[in-house]
Design a protein around this ligand. Sequence first.
Ligand code: KIV
Length: 277
Amino acid sequence: MSATARKSAPMPQDIMAMKGGTPIVSLTAYTTPMAELMDGICDFVLVGDSVGMVLHGLPSTLGVTMEMMILHGQAVRRGLTKTMMVMDMPFGSYEESPEQAFRNAARLMAETDAGAVKLEGGQEMAETIAFLTSRGVPVMAHIGLTPQSINTLGGYKVQGRGAAAAGLMADAKAVAEAGAFAVVLEKTPESLADKVTKAIDIPTIGIGASANCDGQILVVDDMLGLFTAFKAKFVKRFAHLGDDARAAIEAYAEEVRARSFPGPEHVFGDEAPKPKT
Ligand code: KIV
């Protein structure tokens, strides 16, 4: 399936059907203009809780709230007609019980018109994923490095090396069996990502995983070079918009101080221009 040929947004089932085919293309988005740029190019767009770090300057994703997610979800949704939107469930909005997860997932979907939600966790979240999917909430799972758990994982480390590989494989199987329509694999060894991709029948979406995953996702501000506080190994900068923006701001400041901006073409005369005959 080619996203560029699409007339309407795919649904979770369409993403699931892309397993083993043309790689699924996805990015995060947090604003309407960025979503408009991705519409029809990406197969799905994730309103990631990375918004907290990327746009709000938070030190981690732990401080992101439902209200922040809903505000950004509504903005992104206004920019999409041909690409599905997935909403991240923020820390603390789903871990307590399947009922709590349903309440908040339903709110995210109802208030943003999202096609699905994403939540972090493997075997421990299987019951919640089954509860949600059997009640009309499509779920994308997220295993491997789960940034909402950095305090228990001991930082942003590669997950699934050595003896931990079996646990990660069990997580992948558990979320697939529970009914997730796709699973994000973050920061795992390439060989393990390949084995997981072969072992489960839902698409794997890699970020710092393997080119053989069924799809890829990146944080848009990372790949555009707009977020430069740090750069993970798995980020490729496809542009350097942060550098361009800084140069433009410096040029503007110079012209304002030199009184060369605004120029004659940017100001208004006393009289209205005569209509052209
Ligand atoms: O919040 C986010 O941006 C994510 C992606 C990195 C997968 O979860």
